[in-house]
Unconditional design. Structure first.
Length: 80
């Protein structure tokens, strides 16, 4: 990933996943990458990866099934 130093890494990874959700790469009901997979894919810490997934859940873009994973929720209209 091409990091922008003025923007926190969790925000940059959040924006990447949010874009993938809205682009349909991860459609509603699709399992999102695990924290471990995010760590490996984009080179972030475990704490950062967990924060990204938590922020997606807090924003209503994802939900967690304990012991199974984090999944894409039904999408609200994309903000403009």
């Amino acid at each position: 990933m091409d990091w922008q130093p003025e923007i926190p890494r969790w925000r940059q990874v959040y924006a990447l996943l949010e874009q993938r959700i809205y682009d349909g790469i991860y459609p509603p009901g699709e399992r999102l990458p695990s924290a471990l997979a995010l760590e490996k894919e984009v080179g972030i810490s475990p704490v950062t990866a967990r924060r990204v997934l938590k922020e997606l859940r807090d924003a209503g873009l994802a939900y967690m099934e304990p012991g199974i994973g984090t999944f894409v929720s039904r999408l609200p209209e994309k903000p403009k």
